[in-house]
Design a protein around this ligand. Sequence first.
Ligand SMILES: Nc1ncnc2c1ncn2[C@@H]1O[C@H](COP(=O)(O)OP(=O)(O)OP(=O)(O)O)[C@@H](O)[C@H]1O
Length: 294
Amino acid sequence: MNEPPTTRPAVQGTVRPDDVRSVFDAVSKGEAFETCVHPEVAEEDAVLEVSDFDLWYGEKRALYQIGMRVPVGKVTALIGPSGCGKSTLLRCVNRMNDLIDSVRIEGDMRLSGDGIYGPKVDVIELRKRIGMVFQKPNPFPMSIFENVIYSLRIDGERNRTVLDEVCERSLRGAGLWDEVKDRLQDSALALSGGQQQRLCIARAIAAEPEVLLLDEPCSALDPIATGRIEDLIEELKGAYSILMVTHNMQQASRASDYTAFMYLGRMIEFGPTESIFLRPELQETEDYVTGRFG
Ligand SMILES: Nc1ncnc2c1ncn2[C@@H]1O[C@H](COP(=O)(O)OP(=O)(O)OP(=O)(O)O)[C@@H](O)[C@H]1O
């Protein structure tokens, strides 16, 4: 923990070593292999850079030498079978795993160049730069208005004009304004599940985060509400850099620009979503995205 940044590049360049027949063989034997990173990734500016990142829950290792760059202004999806470490990796970005006593990490993670795990990092300040939306909508038990401007209240903002503007802009950004503009003082808990999730997104973007983390944001929603969130993700990209965990292959292929395939705590292949789904470099990725396993 708190190691100085590594001199190795954040993301390794090429495909598997020649002497390893299959990446999954290598993984199951505990052998090293290099993540297959498509060259397009290196051409993007990164909001988040992860290098040689490992995580243990007590004795159990959950992440192995993760290296990835999350592009600015794009949607990046994390996919992979249950238990491969997607949520663990996502939660490391805003140091939510600090809350678990048994967790130990090594490696480096940087947000806009600033170390996330440096010894002097103020975790509260760090989290203000990161928005997080969970599987289950979690509006606070207060009005719609107070939910949206929560981060500004915490920062002591009292100017009513500023609060009103941020509230409207964030609700518009989250595609919820027209549905709630006449009842901003109503309890957020009275909204439908899909509306609550869009409210949570509005609350997250009100703080103008540098990166928005979405942990299976549609898994508790019906197909119509899911469609609206996917449309919203499409609209948010450009203005926001999004890292999203999803179980849903169609959602990853519809909603993301880049996709990272994880397996047993390893980053297997990372590249433009279209390439990962239509022309992956690795057979293992193809087998997963076409539903042959997982
Ligand atoms: N709090 C914890 N304590 C111990 N082990 C944990 C903890 N949270 C996750 N794990 C283990 O770490 C591994 C990765 O879990 P994680 O939830 O990150 O996977 P995931 O890919 O997000 O899975 P899913 O798609 O099912 O949500 C799993 O083996 C899981 O059992």
